[in-house]
Design a protein around this ligand. Structure first.
Ligand code: SF4
Ligand code: MG
Length: 332
């Protein structure tokens, strides 16, 4: 059986002052049914662009898929037109974002918005849609759902709004859910509840989830597999246990060192010196992390590291691990 989602050699470019730059540069991965795949990295590393590419929600005229394939349930969808995408978006694959206030319409009630999703994909009477909305709100842990259904987004707390977004996302029982920083705007307790809820729904529906986050704590709690992205490329890919027990890429290791204690919700990755190179200044050869890497060697700016399997099921893109460039004594 084909994997639920298969992304092959995806290149997504953004047009800046008439020139195209790859924000996602040759990314490949798969998501199986019933699995949570985490995509982690700092902001600007291409994780959101990756998910918008899969959903075909790139800003028109600016972002475009330049190369590669996206297969959903074995079917190539990156060439789908708007109408075809509308049929699977929301129904087979759904997405939730960081700030529900921007995705919920402030002038309509919660119920109206959920019912709209239902009407887009199913023939339901008004009453059936209403009942289903209340049911969905209860299912995501919203108390007094029969009352909340008639309220407006601003009447709810951030955590409750995120639950509403999840209710909308699962309304049609999608096979794949892409969650882009779904808990970032929430406090730690609510964050844990939302992650638990997602996990719960995922197990019940055998859904695949792509969980995009800058927070390794979130990854540790929720993911089966992890993809670490840096500057538009995958630098490390493995199962969650291997990532935490034996991280390989210097960037991953630095992120690990910068996991803060739960109570201090500081900017998590700031302890890594420097910033991700901007799209227009991306080095064309060599390792994109070289200017920040504590292990950088002279050849790192001359040879582009390739993502290679280093141990079974554990891939890394770093010259320190490339068998063709063996380095001694640095694999600490
Ligand atoms: Fe650091 Fe070189 Fe590895 Fe890049 S290739 S992560 S610069 S050691
Ligand atoms: Mg983002």
């Amino acid at each position: 059986k084909a994997p639920l989602l298969e992304v092959k050699g995806l290149e997504t470019s953004f047009s800046i002052e008439g020139k195209d730059y790859n924000a996602v540069d040759g990314v490949s991965f798969t998501v199986d049914r019933g699995k949570v795949v985490g995509i982690v990295g700092e902001s600007g590393c291409g994780k959101s662009v990756m998910s918008l590419s899969v959903m075909q929600l790139l800003p028109k005229g600016i972002g475009k898929i330049r190369n590669g394939e996206v297969l959903f349930d074995g079917e190539e969808i990156q060439s789908f037109n708007e109408k075809q995408m509308n049929q699977i978006r929301g129904k087979d694959m759904a997405m939730i974002f960081q700030e529900p206030m921007t995705s919920l319409n402030p002038v309509f009630t919660i119920g109206y918005q959920i019912e709209e999703v239902l009407h887009n994909h199913f023939k339901l009477s008004k009453k059936e849609a209403r009942n289903k909305s209340v049911q969905l709100l209860s299912a995501v842990g919203i108390p007094r759902a029969a009352k909340i259904v008639d309220e407006y987004p601003h009447q709810l707390s951030g955590g409750m709004r995120q639950r509403v977004m999840i209710a909308m996302a699962i309304a049609c029982q999608p096979k794949l859910l892409i969650a882009d920083e779904p808990t970032t705007a929430l406090d730690v307790t609510v964050q844990a509840q939302i992650l638990e809820l997602l996990k719960d729904i995922q197990t019940k529906n055998d859904m695949g989830i792509v969980l995009i986050t800058h927070d390794l704590g979130v990854v540790a709690e929720s993911c089966d597999e992890v993809i670490v992205m840096y500057a538009g490329k995958i630098v490390e890919k493995t199962d969650v246990e291997s990532l935490f027990t034996k991280p390989k890429h210097p960037y991953t290791k630095l992120m690990m060192g910068s996991i803060p204690r739960l109570e201090e919700d500081t900017e998590k990755l700031e302890t890594i010196k420097g910033i991700v190179p901007s799209l227009t200044k991306m080095p064309q050869v060599g390792c994109r992390f070289a200017n920040r890497c504590p292990k950088a060697m002279p050849e790192c700016t001359e040879i582009t590291p390739q993502l290679e399997e280093n141990e079974q099921g554990h891939e890394v893109a770093c010259l320190l691990y490339e068998t063709s460039h063996p380095k001694e004594g640095v694999l600490g």
